[in-house]
Design a protein around this ligand. Structure first.
Ligand code: CAA
Length: 379
């Protein structure tokens, strides 16, 4: 029996599945192959209301809950994981954070374009020396009158050079460590803002990843998000919810690998019968099925907890850890089931394998997820 979700959520899933199959699937292999940003997919996401689906209705967003968002990210990832990360970063890391932390009147001015997806967002925390150790940010923000002046370099930023808005974490006082980190809203086109060249990646090759370079970028005080020193908490809270999205992305990729493996095992004949009749294959399919279902339970539970009071960092970390491990392990198995064909570009399982790897790394590595879970278990 499948985990039962409410009728309204099942509707969201069905609609998202049809959307993904019709609008995204036909271009997924080509986007991966060419490593180009999927503008047509972004336009489709915008048209069907998926960009901003989780943002407040008062600003033109869809006002939908985290479970609905999770289902959409899962279904999009099932066909195109590159498109899923563009969606997840815009809606959650950027959009939800903007809606929670940006003050009026700036929030009222910026949110409508974000909630309707006309203006894409990015989230710039990571630096060359501040990856897992996110508190080690050295990008500086120096107050000068009614402005802050930002200098530094952010690295591996999803949607860099594509987005219109950037949440940038910088320190107002390095001596204060994580407590000096402060978040700012930076706009495309501001003097001093530039981007590195897009990275050549192993997987999710359609999503654009580049450095964000800040050279004397002036940000008005009104575009500071939260108070001075609140940037680390803002970033951790953003990543808490972002990690549900990565769990959903991993889940979608793992489901796709399972679907492809089942279909292939039934039609591939060796030793005079479909390989699905061989126990070696059956055991792989059985483990895949059980792990995918367990990842689904953890991910949906995390999504439901996101709407409840209190901090649930460990639950989100468990979902991301388990779903990403599942995606990696079973996309490798999917390639194995496909044999020599699985190694060829023509069969999409090799793309799933390459796409799965990043889910164990970004928005917190598996090792950081274990640290978060252990901290909670040992408290
Ligand atoms: N919510 C709110 N506050 C939080 C929090 C959370 N989830 N986690 C920690 N905090 C607070 C703590 O309460 C503490 O507050 P006080 O100073 O008031 O006590 C403060 O933040 C510092 O906490 P820690 O001492 O636990 O911080 P730490 O330096 O030990 O770091 C960490 C903890 C879990 C290792 C953290 O640095 C971390 O998550 N690292 C991974 C970074 C990461 O995920 N990067 C991803 C980049 S973005 C990305 O990948 C996007 C993309 O491309 C798609």
């Amino acid at each position: 029996m499948r985990y039962a979700i409410a009728e309204e959520h099942e509707q969201v899933r069905q609609t998202a599945r049809q959307f993904a199959e019709r609008e995204l699937a036909p271009r997924a292999a080509e986007i991966d192959h060419e490593g180009r940003f999927p503008w047509e997919n972004v336009e489709s996401l915008r048209k069907y209301g998926y960009l901003g689906m989780n943002l407040p209705e008062q600003f033109g967003g869809g006002g939908m809950d985290m479970l609905s968002h999770t289902l959409v990210v899962e279904e999009v990832s099932r066909v195109c994981a590159s498109t899923a990360v563009v969606l997840g970063v815009h809606n959650v890391l950027f959009g939800e954070t903007l809606s929670r932390w940006c003050r009026d009147p700036v929030r009222g001015e910026v949110m409508p374009g974000v909630a309707t997806g006309e203006r894409l967002g990015a989230f710039a925390l990571t630096e060359p020396q501040a990856g897992s150790d996110a508190g080690a940010v050295v990008t500086t923000a120096v107050r000068e009158g009614d402005d802050y002046v930002l200098n530094g370099r952010k690295t591996f930023i999803t949607n860099a050079g594509i987005a219109h808005w950037y949440i940038v974490c910088a320190t107002v006082d390095r001596a204060r460590g994580a407590r000096g980190i402060t978040a700012f809203l930076v706009e495309e086109g501001q003097p001093g803002l530039s981007f590195g060249k897009p990275e050549e990646k192993m997987g999710i090759r359609g999503s654009q990843t580049a450095d964000v370079i800040l050279e004397g970028v002036r940000v008005p005080v009104a575009r500071r998000m939260g108070e001075e020193g609140e940037g680390f908490k803002l970033a951790m809270a953003a990543l808490d919810h972002g990690r549900i999205g990565i769990a959903a992305q991993a889940l979608g990729i793992a489901q796709a690998a399972l679907d492809a493996s089942v279909a292939y095992a039934k039609q591939r004949v060796q030793f005079g019968k479909p390989i699905a009749e061989l126990q070696a294959i059956q055991w792989m399919i059985a483990e895949m099925t059980a792990d995918v279902e367990a990842a689904r339970l953890l991910t949906y539970r995390a999504a439901e907890l996101a709407g409840q009071p209190g901090r649930h960092s460990a639950d989100f970390a468990m979902a991301k850890l388990f779903a990403s491990t599942t995606a990696m392990k079973h996309t490798v198995n999917a390639v194995q089931i496909h044999g020599g064909y699985g190694y060829m570009r023509e069969y999409k399982v090799e793309r799933f394998m390459r796409d799965a790897k990043i889910t164990e790394i970004y928005e917190g590595t598996s090792e950081i997820m274990k640290l978060v879970i252990a901290q909670s278990a040992l408290r």
